[in-house]
Ligand binder design. Structure first.
Ligand SMILES: Nc1ncnc2c1ncn2[C@@H]1O[C@H](COP(=O)(O)OP(=O)(O)OP(=O)(O)O)[C@@H](O)[C@H]1O
Length: 690
């Protein structure tokens, strides 16, 4: 290690204050622009008028109070520094003393310097001017004057008994009398904050859709009060569009130039999120000139999505973040960590109808969706009213389902073949179903399989196209176009946001696989893409669904008695219930299922050619009349009236700003055993225990 020079004109706060050595490349010259993410900065700062030794090491900021200690030799009065060389763990993480405060740069919202404390609190200028003012390679930088450095960051309230998934804003303002040191820190932090990462993307320009109509009709106020200040704090340039009508989001995404934006964000409920997802997916299909009705595969959109809850149930936001807290959702957009979210395509016999991000339900929830539209003036209470009505009038719906049961290779894969993550909280290799949390191994494994398949398919397609180029100028047997082949190219890493490039699940040859057929009279049928958790049902209707494993859970609730229907609803409401324990509920994990109603179909041969059965008008739904033999589908809260339906999951089709939920887990009293196997699994992997 070599020590760098103190910058000219700088006055240090103490004799031990120095710009650290620190270059792993051995460069001993002080050059603020040449610092790399491997360098270390170490200086003394004042924080609330107390002296701290502050260290920037990799992606970690560490600060520790300097205290007078008894000197080993009575002649020198010294202060206790951070450990001289922070011992590294094998994984590259560092151990710091227990008195140290550690902040990961992943949790930093923004960094700002100023001549005064107040000046350093102001929102940073737009990122472009921020970057250019860094002085990198643009002549001699102006003489710095700032002595204050404010770091805005977010903190998860992991100890909270009520909402351990909620994040809050925090701020640190460091002072150093030497503006050169402050500038050095500011520049270095900015570089590290915006350094490319395959799993993190710091948004600079955002397209925001605000639905003023959903939920309590407070989308616009929610944005102004809670979201805009956070975006401003991060210096995000947000272009806001307040919707004027249903489907406007989708139409804008289909027709407008989105080239200037890094991401799309919506402030609304599940219907609004679904519009964004549908808009982006259909846009991508149009760009690639795919047949929108019968696409040969589903391409991945270029832009990631942020979801801010402002609807009635907000199950998508809740399933992603573990909370419907608006500020938490906005913080996740700013922090920029993203994960792939499965999306399901919904088609009838003839064509692709739409994409589903949360749940597709027939029967009880289908009736609720159809009826509740008539009572929208009631606000979120319309669901309670229509829910009771649909519940009492449900006589069961005759249906047949065909599905490809997922062998669940993830549970049988030897653990050594599974990519391990030290802080993973999802179980793998267990016989119990796992819950999808932050750092979910099941989802990362699905993602790596997806990538491997992409690579193989891409190689295969390249080989085929090379062969056919040599042999036939216009190949007839290749089923993929050049555009499609390009989409199959595996993602390069690392770099800017690298999105997966094509949906493999849509290309699997399903012809030879065994179909399971289930017939019956059902209270409700659900294809759940995610847990569908919400404030009223914190575990969701499908507790073990994963955000990005490429599977959906098909939940079949048989029509039995009114009492059993009540038991089912109670089981979905609490934290301790598990619908899998109910004898009249069957849950299948699958990638695809097909549905047809049996009510009027008789014993005729099963066909995917489509259904021409009439559907009851919404007003008659649930009435005890002969027309109740058909329900309708509830797709992300919107009504779909087709009866002949196929639902197929597409693994991690959309990148979404989220980390995944963390487990709520009250500490078990000693001697008590968990009531259900699932809760035992949750507790073992609870991430709030650390
Ligand atoms: N200005 C508007 N006027 C009327 N409808 C709108 C407007 N903007 C959006 N919509 C439609 O409102 C519908 C409902 O919105 P959204 O799903 O966000 O709220 P919600 O139904 O209350 O919440 P949730 O789906 O979470 O229960 C969406 O289908 C959307 O297309």
């Amino acid at each position: 290690m070599t020590q760098t020079k103190q910058p000219a004109g700088g006055s240090s706060t103490s004799a031990s204050d120095f710009i650290a050595p620190i270059s792993s490349t051995g460069d001993s010259k002080f050059n603020p622009c040449s610092a790399s993410a491997h360098d270390v900065l170490l200086n003394n700062f004042q924080l609330k008028k107390k002296s701290y030794r502050v260290l920037l090491h990799g992606q970690q900021l560490v600060w520790e109070r300097l205290q007078k200690i008894k000197p080993p030799h009575p002649t020198s009065d010294t202060k206790a520094p951070l450990p001289a060389d922070s011992p590294s763990q094998p994984g590259g993480a560092c151990l710091y003393s227990p008195q140290s405060h550690v902040l990961h740069l992943d949790d930093v919202i923004s960094v700002r310097s100023g001549d005064t404390k107040v000046a350093s609190l102001k929102p940073p200028p737009p990122p472009s001017s921020n970057r250019s003012s860094s002085g990198s390679g643009e002549g001699v930088p102006a003489k710095p004057t700032s002595q204050y450095l404010t770091i805005n960051y977010a903190l998860r309230l992991s100890k909270s008994q009520t909402d351990c998934n909620r994040w809050e804003l925090r701020r640190l303002t460091f002072f150093n009398s030497d503006p050169y040191i402050v500038r050095q820190w500011d520049q270095e932090l900015q570089i590290r904050l915006y350094s490319p990462s395959p799993t993190r993307m710091r948004v600079r320009r955002l397209l925001v859709f605000i639905n003023p109509y959903g939920g309590r009709k407070a989308g616009a106020q929610t944005y102004e009060r809670h979201v805009r200040p956070i975006f401003q704090l991060a210096g995000v340039d947000a272009t806001c569009i307040t919707t004027q009508r249903a489907n406007q989001v989708r139409d804008i995404l289909l027709s407008h130039d989105l080239g200037v934006y890094d991401a799309v964000c919506c402030v609304g409920g599940d219907g609004t999120v679904a519009e964004v997802i549908n808009g982006l997916l259909f846009r991508r299909m149009r760009e690639l000139e795919l047949d929108e009705q019968r696409p040969p595969y589903i391409p991945r959109p270029a832009l990631p999505v942020g979801v801010i809850p402002a609807g009635s149930t907000d199950t998508i936001a809740y399933s992603m973040h573990g909370t419907a807290d608006v500020r938490t959702a906005a913080i996740h957009v700013i922090l920029g960590q993203h994960r792939g979210l499965d999306v399901c395509s919904v088609s009838n016999g003839q064509s692709l109808l739409r994409f589903c991000a949360s749940v597709l339900s027939y029967g009880y929830l289908g009736d609720v969706a159809a009826q509740s539209e008539n009572y929208r003036w009631m606000g979120p209470r319309r669901y309670e009213y229509s829910g009771v009505k649909a519940f009492l009038s449900n006589r069961g719906y005759e249906a047949e389902l065909r599905l490809l049961e997922e062998p669940d290779h993830l549970l049988t894969t030897p653990m050594e073949e599974v990519p391990q993550s030290p802080d993973s909280v999802c179980s793998l290799g267990e016989s119990l179903p796992s819950v999808c949390y932050a750092n979910c191994q099941r989802c990362s494994f699905a993602s790596s399989i997806q990538e491997q398949q992409s690579t193989l398919l891409f190689q295969e397609e390249s080989r085929k196209s090379q062969l056919s180029l040599r042999e036939q100028p216009e190949p007839e047997d290749s089923h993929l176009t050049a555009n499609e082949s390009a989409l199959l190219r595996p993602r390069p890493r690392p770099g800017n946001l690298q999105l997966p490039t094509g949906s493999i699940s849509s290309m699997r040859n399903l012809a030879n696989e065994q179909w399971k057929v289930v017939r019956g009279n059902f209270f409700m049928i659900c294809g759940a893409n995610i847990t569908c958790a919400c404030a009223r049902s914190p575990n969701g209707i499908s507790r073990y669904s994963h955000l990005g494993d490429g599977c959906l859970d098909l939940i079949l609730v048989k029509k039995t008695s009114l009492l059993n229907n009540v038991r089912f609803l109670l089981n979905t409401a609490g934290r301790s219930g598990d619908i899998r324990n109910l004898p009249f509920v069957e849950v299948y994990r699958t990638r695809k299922f097909q549905f047809r109603t049996l009510a009027a179909a008789g014993d005729e041969e099963y066909s995917l050619a489509g259904s021409c059965q009439p559907i009851s008008p919404p007003g008659e739904m649930g009435a005890s009349s002969p027309s109740t033999e058909f329900s309708s589908w509830n797709c992300d809260g919107e009504v779909v009236t087709d009866l002949d339906i196929t639902m197929r999951s597409h693994c991690q089709l959309i990148e979404v700003f989220m980390r995944g939920p963390h487990s709520y887990s009250k500490p078990l009293k000693s001697g008590t055993t968990p009531s259900t196997p699932a809760s035992s699994s949750d507790n073992v992997y609870c991430c709030c225990k650390d």
